[in-house]
Design a protein around this ligand. Structure first.
Ligand code: FE2
Length: 298
């Protein structure tokens, strides 16, 4: 029997028509058993290695609650680096770390998918490409990546938001691919999503003005949290999030961490990347598409 090419098999592992329908209807999709234990352990090992080697000499705190006030050059520069962001509750009143640095980091971002070999291979796999193809992406670009630690006891909440607020194209095209590296449940701060809300579009944009960032408009609604559904998933599960889906995760007050890896992808064929997005790449480090189906066949 003829050997089947591994790349061919991976290319066949896009979403089924049923999964695409569910994603279009809900604005999110849970794909169980995307990655096996060894694949997620490899991500975790690599993240731990990065954390061990990190020298916490420059400090930046990540919060979606009060992003504008906390943003600094370190945050802007992270668009093209592997940078480290602390949990808000990582410090005591004197500004000293309460716990070891490995247990104090909220996330690592935002160019792991380009710069780190382990995360790059995971983010740019044939299966990721197949999934995006099945959703109609023609020249998708992963614009940012994050390894999220959601530390035990101090893992900060992420308030309800839409990813297209932060990563805007015209027309909007953002999609989040989120992988549970550890089991995520209500106790340790799993994702919660609001089914169907993406059909109403993105409410506002987070725009850069010089060395500052701000929302272009006030939030129009207070989201009714009772309408959200918990996405409790096992390690290895992938969750797709439409850019206009509203989602949040609660604070992790449990003794268990909730590690996850995510990338955000936008379409670059027939769209424009907003020059007002906080995330901009320098000329010598341009965005790199996953594939280009717009190129004429050779
Ligand atoms: Fe998000």
């Amino acid at each position: 029997m003829r050997a089947v090419d591994a790349g061919f098999i991976a290319a066949m592992l896009g979403l089924t028509a049923e999964q695409v329908g569910k994603y279009n209807s809900d604005g999110f999709l849970v794909v169980e058993d995307y990655a096996d234990r060894s694949a997620v352990e490899a991500l975790k090992d690599r993240a731990n290695e990065l954390l061990e080697n990190f020298d916490p000499d420059s400090i930046s705190i990540f919060s979606t609650k009060n992003q504008s006030a906390l943003t600094d050059q370190y945050f802007f520069d992270s668009a093209s680096k592997v940078s480290f962001f602390f949990e808000e509750k990582a410090f005591d009143q004197d500004g000293k770390l309460v716990q070891p640095k490995e247990l104090s980091i909220n996330k690592i971002g935002h160019a792991l998918h380009d710069l780190d070999p382990v995360f790059r291979a995971f983010a740019r796999s044939d299966r990721v490409k197949a999934i995006l193809r099945s959703l109609g992406y023609r020249r998708p670009i992963p614009v940012q990546s994050m390894y999220i630690c959601k530390q035990p006891n101090i893992g900060g909440e992420v308030v309800p938001h839409q990813d297209s607020t932060f990563l805007h194209t015209e027309p909007p095209s953002c999609i989040g691919l989120w992988w549970a590296v550890e089991d995520a449940n209500r106790t340790n701060g799993c994702l919660w999503g609001l089914p169907g809300v993406h059909k109403k579009g993105c409410e506002r944009q987070f725009i850069r003005k010089g060395d500052k960032v701000e929302y272009d408009t006030a939030q129009k609604k207070d989201w009714d949290l009772s309408q959200f559904v918990p996405l409790e998933v096992k390690a290895g599960t992938m969750v797709l999030l439409h850019g206009a889906n509203v989602h949040y995760s609660a604070e992790n007050t449990s003794p268990e961490s909730r590690h996850a890896f995510s990338i955000h992808v936008v379409e670059s064929a027939g769209t424009t990347w907003s020059p007002q997005n906080w995330l901009q790449r320098p000329e010598d480090f341009p965005f790199e598409p996953l594939y280009d189906d717009t190129a004429p066949a050779a």
